[in-house]
Design a protein around this ligand. Sequence first.
Ligand SMILES: NC(=O)c1ccc[n+]([C@@H]2O[C@H](COP(=O)([O-])OP(=O)(O)OC[C@H]3O[C@@H](n4cnc5c(N)ncnc54)[C@H](OP(=O)(O)O)[C@@H]3O)[C@@H](O)[C@H]2O)c1
Length: 255
Amino acid sequence: MTVTYDYAGKVVLVTGGTKGIGAGIARAFLEAGATVVTCARTPPPSFGRAAGGAAGGVRFVRADVRDPDDVARLVSGLDRLDVVVNNAGGPPYAPLDGTSPRLHARVVELNLTAPLLVSQQAYPPLKASGGAIIMIGSASGTRPSPGTSAYGAAKAGLHHLARCLAAEWAPEVRVNSVVVGLAATESAEEHYAGGQEAVAATVPAGRMATPEDVARVCLWLGSPGYVTGAEIHVHGGGEIPAWRHAPSAGAPSES
Ligand SMILES: NC(=O)c1ccc[n+]([C@@H]2O[C@H](COP(=O)([O-])OP(=O)(O)OC[C@H]3O[C@@H](n4cnc5c(N)ncnc54)[C@H](OP(=O)(O)O)[C@@H]3O)[C@@H](O)[C@H]2O)c1
């Protein structure tokens, strides 16, 4: 079965679409016919110009999603808006004890407050088009996330924000979360300190998610439908509980 999407005439904003998962999402919407706009703090070399430009058909606007003025400028520069993918985000490894409160505040700002800001600014044009918001969430927001506690807590908040906005803005604007598990991006090898293959083997699906796996779900959630306030898990079956790896675990008998 082949599923194709026609986003011709639609405008899609993907925050942080210059690399990693966001670049995959931007590419997928572009291939489906959309006009795609992305933003980041730094234009990648391929975009050529310092403050704006286009590469591979994706329009780039320099904007920090934590800055309300940047977000207002970003959204007001669009003629229309049909889909927003709140993708910009990420977790520095920062155990709570011994790291600065400012660092943790910035992490919450990027992963929770910024998607709220972008969604708020995008609401009027999305309401006019009957559009959709997609939050790129994380498995870290659904289970303990040692070493990235502020990130995990912010992502849990993000999933909940999506549920709240889905109810607040229905029926005009649909709001959903894509909850991503372990993902293979350009930075994965560095992130897992060279152990990417071993980490991937712990996923029931036998591999990490690719940006394309995430993008496919975004194409579906961005198209007209009934689903709102939902979380779609893209984690290849999830993470196996650590106790299963204990040498004495044997055949499980507990329920
Ligand atoms: N990779 C994973 O394993 C994984 C797993 C679960 C969930 N996720 C989620 O998926 C999303 C993408 O992750 P990724 O690994 O693909 O990230 P990535 O490769 O680090 O890319 C992040 C993107 O966001 C942009 N960005 C960062 N801070 C920004 C800011 N303040 N304002 C505007 N843009 C900003 C970056 O560009 P600049 O730095 O130039 O601004 C870049 O384009 C994140 O929300 C992350 O939490 C990732």
